[in-house]
Design a protein around this ligand. Structure first.
Ligand SMILES: CCCCCCCCCCCCCCCCCCC/C=C/C(=O)SCCNC(=O)CCNC(=O)[C@H](O)C(C)(C)COP(=O)(O)OP(=O)(O)OC[C@H]1O[C@@H](n2cnc3c(N)ncnc32)[C@H](O)[C@@H]1OP(=O)(O)O
Ligand SMILES: Cc1cc2nc3c(=O)[nH]c(=O)nc-3n(C[C@H](O)[C@H](O)[C@H](O)COP(=O)(O)OP(=O)(O)OC[C@H]3O[C@@H](n4cnc5c(N)ncnc54)[C@H](O)[C@@H]3O)c2cc1C
Length: 664
């Protein structure tokens, strides 16, 4: 058997649900599905957006090609009058990090969230028309996570009514800002505000970097690229920059002044707006990153699932077909939880978008009450989903065996592009420690303050601490209430235990540092409660289409019981489950895998990923893997000639024993 075309045709016949309806459930609505499908096809059919050859290009060629794609995309946006939502979908399907990500997802949101009305009126139209191109320059060579430790200074000069932006040390050089090395004309630069010799915290300043006529850096600005990053292609389409400022003057009205103001006289005025709003752009982007996780994981899972149905190993008797690797229970136990996670992250991402929209509206009306919860949720879910997705993509590579290591599998580039999400917008451990602070505070207030939002379950602290799981059979695990309660009890017990241990320290900060590894685990447990509960809430909604809801229920149980199995140490140590109950959960998990099995291909088809987006021979929709792998090998430019450069010079002298006289 040369190709897997027939295998995938057979697999699609096994589906026990309406795939078209599942596509709508995945997209969120019929309208969202149609929009997304239209833009996906627009990109797939446009040769300028070809990306299969990307990993073979050198850095300069790669970058220039990326600039061309953005220019073409921008032209399409104007010609086709695409809305902002459509433009962002276009970016998703083009699938290439570029300076526009920073322009649209950080520079513009930073001005929207931290600018005054006057600043918004001036800068937003320019940015939205791409008449200025902006980036987000926060991180420095010496500090990224510790924003309060940034060293760049913005000193007010009352003589000229200007701020002087300066990099006083090597470590204060801005380091990483995407889009900055070669493209952006402006950046939001985060710097320590100095007024009359006094430090007034870190603030954002709009700084022009380049001449708008000839694109050269302005006087006092040294700027360049920080160098090649992990993987060929991948994030190297982005020009991450280094910037040094040598006493660069900017007008006073280019400090983002919604949170605090500096008057003409150089006086600092703190408004009623909490200082944390300066971090608002990161809350916005973390929410986007959560939404992005399901997209990335679903791509890897789609490739690994299709290939697992095509690939056969062992079990042949008398020359008959071998076993499809997807039928191995070990393959299922590694793959199906990732499939279920993609759906879980899709739904929690949808909810987080709602939460963010709600917070944004409140912030605009100067209601800051839900900001701590939004910060904890975005930080925690960003950490949970990106870590699981990065690990999941790598697991998908292994699920594809040796061929998964080929660039043409599509997985190496996806992995290389995706993994920095565990670090940027907040290192994942640092983010979980933020959740920990929120949890510790919630637990310490339990005696007199009702927890709300995602910690509301801790109102039942007494019951969750005292009652134990009642499951007696594997079947009894198929109850959403039972499953959610198990996660809530484990999380509450872990958080309360941390709180009790912290109370023994005289210095709370010392205690927090000492117990930080346990606190991270408690935070993860809490974030898992959120993901599991939001999946259940999704299932409580009306979900049309034959068999769709039933399959989503199966995936919910797979996701939750897989986590329970993986973290059974926590569930047992906190005393909520007995070893027997944990073992019953695992028995149920095996039954669930057999329910997923006939639907696996249809479930990944429901992501509606085009072959262009997957850019994978192993994950091709038609399953025609082997002929295409063979064809691609001989199409590789390395195979242009039978005799590679260097063979005559370095190999033949060795074969002839003439190496000592050869010119090397
Ligand atoms: C072709 C045309 C196409 C057009 C369309 C294009 C569209 C493109 C679409 C693209 C989609 C892709 C989307 C993704 C793009 C992403 C690109 C990413 C590139 C990467 C960028 C970056 O990485 S930017 C830099 C990010 N840096 C960080 O995240 C730093 C992390 N550190 C921190 O956030 C903080 O310093 C901290 C959280 C660690 C806090 O430290 P510390 O304790 O020192 O804090 P403070 O003392 O300052 O404050 C404590 C107090 O504040 C609370 N708090 C902290 N953060 C927040 C917050 N964000 N919001 C609210 N509250 C916060 C904290 O909990 C404390 O509260 P207490 O109550 O006092 O405890
Ligand atoms: C591809 C990419 C694009 C980026 N784009 C931008 C951009 O456009 N603009 C921008 O401003 N920045 C950008 N960044 C920078 C990014 O935001 C930072 O790298 C990130 O915030 C992490 O900070 P750091 O590098 O200082 O890590 P560090 O904080 O130095 O982390 C190193 C290690 O220390 C640990 N650690 C640090 N603090 C603590 C703590 N308190 N407790 C326990 N452990 C701790 C971390 O867990 C990690 O293991 C980008 C980064 C990447 C990789």
């Amino acid at each position: 058997m040369e190709g897997g075309v027939d295998y995938l045709i057979d697999e699609r016949k096994k589906a026990q649900f309406d795939v078209e309806a599942m596509k709508v459930a995945w997209a969120g609505s019929r309208q969202a599905f149609e929009l997304s499908d239209r833009i996906a096809k627009l990109v797939a059919n446009d040769p300028i957006f070809e990306k299969f050859s990307r990993p073979m290009l050198g850095r300069k060629e790669l970058f220039k090609n990326s600039l061309r794609k953005v220019a073409h995309a921008w032209k399409l946006i104007i010609d086709l009058r695409l809305s902002e939502e459509e433009a962002k979908l276009l970016r998703h399907y083009i699938d290439e990090p570029a300076y526009t990500d920073l322009q649209w997802e950080m520079f513009i949101p930073a001005i929207e969230g931290q600018g005054t009305e006057e600043q918004k009126r001036k800068w937003l139209p320019l940015a939205r028309k791409m008449q200025v191109i902006g980036s987000y320059a926060q991180t420095e060579l010496g500090h990224g996570s510790n924003v309060q430790g940034l060293e760049t200074t913005a000193t007010f000069d009352p003589q000229t009514d200007e701020f002087v932006i300066h990099s006083p040390t090597l470590t204060s050089s801005k380091w990483w800002p995407g889009g900055t090395a070669k493209v952006s004309t402006h950046a939001i630069v985060y710097a320590r505000l100095i007024l009359d010799g006094q430090f007034h915290g870190v603030h954002g300043f709009i700084v022009q970097l380049r001449n708008l006529e000839n694109h050269t850096p302005l006087p006092g600005i040294t700027v360049g690229d920080i160098g090649m990053k992990f993987g060929n292609g991948a994030y190297n389409t982005m020009d991450n920059g280094v910037i040094r400022f040598n006493h660069v003057h900017i007008p006073r009205n280019q400090m983002l002044m919604r949170v605090s103001q500096v008057t003409r006289e150089g006086k600092f005025v703190q408004s009623d707006v909490p200082r944390q709003l300066l971090y608002g752009t990161m809350v916005y982007v973390r929410q986007k990153i959560v939404a992005d996780a399901s997209k990335a994981l679903s791509r890897a899972v789609c490739i690994a699932t299709r290939y697992s149905a095509v690939r056969r190993q062992f079990g042949s008797r008398n020359g008959g077909p071998e076993i499809q690797v997807i039928d191995y229970k070990t393959q299922q136990s590694r793959l199906f939880p990732l499939l279920a996670s993609a759906y879980a992250f899709r739904f929690v991402g949808e909810w987080l978008k709602w939460l963010y929209t709600d917070v944004k509206q409140r912030l605009e009306a100067n209601d800051f009450s839900t900001l701590p919860e939004a910060h904890a949720c975005t930080a925690g879910l960003k950490s949970l989903t990106t870590s699981a997705t990065a690990d999941g993509i790598e697991e998908c590579r292994k699920l594809c065996g040796g061929h998964g290591y080929l660039v043409s599998s599509g997985i190496p580039e996806l992995f290389a592009t995706y993994v920095p999400a565990c670090t940027f917008e907040g290192d994942n451990v640092v983010m979980m420690l933020q959740v920990a602070r929120f949890l510790v505070k919630t637990v310490s207030e339990l005696g007199y303050k009702q927890p709300v939002g995602t910690t509301a379950y801790m109102r039942r602290v007494t019951a969750l601490m005292q009652s134990n799981c009642a499951v007696r059979t594997a079947e009894e695990w198929l109850n959403p209430g039972v499953v959610v309660e198990a996660f809530e009890a484990r999380s509450t017990r872990m958080a309360v235990a941390c709180g009790q241990r912290l109370a023994k320290f005289e210095n709370p900060e010392e205690g927090f540092a000492e117990l930080s590894a346990d606190l991270v685990e408690a935070s993860l447990a809490h974030c898992q409660v959120i993901v599991v509960s939001k999946f259940v809430e999704k299932l409580q909604q009306e979900i049309p289409g034959k068999g769709v809801k039933r399959l989503l229920e199966v995936l919910f149980y797979v996701y939750a019981l897989f986590l329970l199995h993986k973290h059974q140490g926590d569930f047992l140590a906190t005393g909520y489950l007995t070893p027997k109950q944990a073992s019953l959960a695992n028995d149920q998990l095996r039954i669930l895998y057999s329910k997923v099995r006939p639907n696996a291909i249809a479930l990944v088809d429901s992501f509606n990923h085009t072959d262009h987006l997957l850019s994978s021979i192993l994950g091709r929709y038609d399953g025609n893997v082997y002929p295409k792998l063979y064809e691609a090998a001989f199409n590789d430019p390395f195979n242009d000639s039978d005799i590679a450069d260097g063979i005559h010079q370095y190999v033949q002298p060795m074969l002839r024993q003439e190496l000592h006289s050869a010119k090397l």
